[in-house]
Design a protein around this ligand. Sequence first.
Ligand SMILES: Cc1cc2nc3c(=O)[nH]c(=O)nc-3n(C[C@H](O)[C@H](O)[C@H](O)COP(=O)(O)OP(=O)(O)OC[C@H]3O[C@@H](n4cnc5c(N)ncnc54)[C@H](O)[C@@H]3O)c2cc1C
Length: 340
Amino acid sequence: MVGAQARPCRSSRLAGPRGARFACGCRPGCGPVRYFFSFRNDLMPPLRSYFQPDRLAISFELFPPKTPKGEENMYEHVSRLMAYAPDFVTCTYGAGGSTRDKTLEIVDRVKRRFGLPVASHLTCVGSSQDELRSYLTRALGQGVDYIVALRGDPPQGESNFRPTPGGLSYANELVSLIRGEFPDFGILVAGYPEMHREAPSRTADLTNLQRKVSAGADVVVTQLFYDNADFFHFRDDCQKLGIHCPIVPGLLPILSLQQIERITSLCGSQLPERLLNRLREHDSPEWHFQVGVEWAIEQCRDLIDAGVPGLHFYVLNQSPATLQILESLGVAEQRKENRK
Ligand SMILES: Cc1cc2nc3c(=O)[nH]c(=O)nc-3n(C[C@H](O)[C@H](O)[C@H](O)COP(=O)(O)OP(=O)(O)OC[C@H]3O[C@@H](n4cnc5c(N)ncnc54)[C@H](O)[C@@H]3O)c2cc1C
């Protein structure tokens, strides 16, 4: 059974119009839609429909927890986050495909329990093309709506990525495979405001991004960053290159200094001096959390003012920081209102 219920649009960018193809007459620029009882991806809105002028899309990224307790906690946090009506939720794909089954299980459960579109991340690491096809076939069968198409990182201790025999070398090839053989999936790809750490130059990295978009990616989600100037510079360069699809900032609210230093050392993002100095004022988790939330609010306000099409939160399977941020941005009330 399928149902969709439209509500009139509110004028704010923070309100939630959704996509395009509903018998109720809803269309881009119209009101949000409530879904129920259907988990077939052909009934979920096309990915691009969330990213309309005068609208701010919200999405959350989860990762597969290692323990049943961690999983239980994650669903509790997801459930709190749902009060703020995200447009879709994504789940990462562990290094070397180690979480393949878990990733699919999580997106499936999130979709069934909360009735919203989901995206599975997928990397080329450790899979031949046939194995990638087989994952995509399973994902399609389970009602996954969108794929975050990635190359993935080289295994720990190796600096160069080597494709699996019969596999793919770069994310643009994965995008081509999906677009050619699984055209129903919406496709997101990664972008790097501070440049991908293996790229020989900024220009080469941007040219690669252009390849991914030309191959059929719908949306770019960025690596985490803490200086908005990096994002704006990246966005300007993308526009100059003719990359006109939505470019969505990826935001990781800092939860602890130790954790963020570890994460940024792995992904190559920089922590601005002003942020580091503030974090170092007190050696306490509460202080780091508070500074992280305040920084993220400041970042988000500035990004919204600059017209970003959406915000993608790396929530790390937690909810308190993201909830505080959305609340203080005024997203919370307006999106809750639209869900009634
Ligand atoms: C939003 C987001 C989500 C992520 N989710 C996951 C996840 O779930 N699981 C996971 O393991 N990792 C994930 N990552 C990390 C990602 O896998 C790594 O950053 C990885 O090193 C690069 O993946 P990519 O898809 O950007 O690769 P690509 O776009 O293929 O780029 C990789 C490098 O190769 C270069 N390059 C690309 N194409 C060419 C070409 N044709 N010729 C020469 N050079 C080229 C690029 O400039 C870049 O330096 C995520 C990253 C982001 C930003």
